[in-house]
Design a protein around this ligand. Structure first.
Ligand SMILES: [Zn+2]
Length: 247
């Protein structure tokens, strides 16, 4: 298989994993930058992630429009991905989801969503909250054009995750494996933080040094990272699609 075909398979796997792990449901999406043309990215047409197959993957430009004359219906919020890829050349993969456990942290000012468990370290020390109303007033809260996408990408800045007030989150990373991992553990970290707050007393967050130590050791295709990807793919019923890169 070519690099592109392998990446499309990986994108299918990523879709299925995110659905199985309840990060996405009928809505939410994952994308990956094109391996040969950094000005394009791959994402499914408008279909639920659990149902995505290789034939559903479409190629879009950094303006969020399809390359060529693909007439299939597309995700309304594809501009989230386009704008993040445009703003962040280092980012290779993006997830947008509405995972319920993250939502309270986008609307309650009292507690910031930050890492409290080791697997949550990958979300990084800072998770900004973007409020679409700040610059766009009353909307349906969806990111439906490049202006809104760019405003979101600006709020994300150099961070890994941005919460979207009353809506969900966007996560950006150097690889598909990494962005899926981060998106799976983000709601879990949020859940633990929520419970810790209910127990009361002072909440102990991961220190900057602990977050840095976790991230320093991370490689997308290390045996430890691959173990999770393989496990999740099998749980999602698509272990047969796995291709482990050489080396
Ligand atoms: Zn959304």
């Amino acid at each position: 298989m070519s690099n592109l075909d392998t990446l499309i398979q990986d994108l299918v796997i990523a879709n299925r994993i995110l659905a199985k792990e309840d990060v996405v449901d009928a809505y939410g999406h994952v994308s990956v930058r094109h391996p040969e043309n950094p000005n394009r990215f791959l994402i499914a047409r408008s279909v639920s992630p659990e149902l995505v197959g290789a034939d559903d993957i479409v190629e879009l430009g950094l303006d969020g429009q399809p390359v060529g004359d693909d007439k299939r219906a597309l995700y309304l919020e594809r501009f989230i991905h386009a704008a993040i890829f445009e703003a962040r050349p280092d980012v290779m993969a993006v997830v947008h989801a509405h995972a319920e456990d993250t939502l309270a942290f986008g609307v309650a000012g009292a507690t910031k969503l930050r890492p409290v468990v080791h697997s949550g370290a990958f979300i990084g020390p800072e998770v900004p909250v973007w409020d679409i109303a700040d610059n766009f007033g009353d909307t349906n809260l969806l990111v439906t054009d490049m202006a809104q996408g760019r405003d979101l990408a600006k709020c994300l800045g150099g961070n890994n995750v941005v919460l979207m007030r009353g809506h969900g989150f966007a996560a950006a990373s150097r690889s598909l494996i990494e962005v899926v991992r981060m998106s799976v553990y983000l709601p879990r970290n949020a859940r633990v933080l929520m419970r810790a707050k209910q127990l009361g007393g002072e909440t102990k967050y991961l220190s900057a040094g602990e977050i840095e130590a976790r991230n320093r050791g991370y490689r997308p295709y290390s045996p430890e990272s691959w173990r999770a990807w393989e496990y999740w793919a099998n749980r999602a019923g698509c272990g047969h699609l796995l291709t482990r890169p050489e080396g």
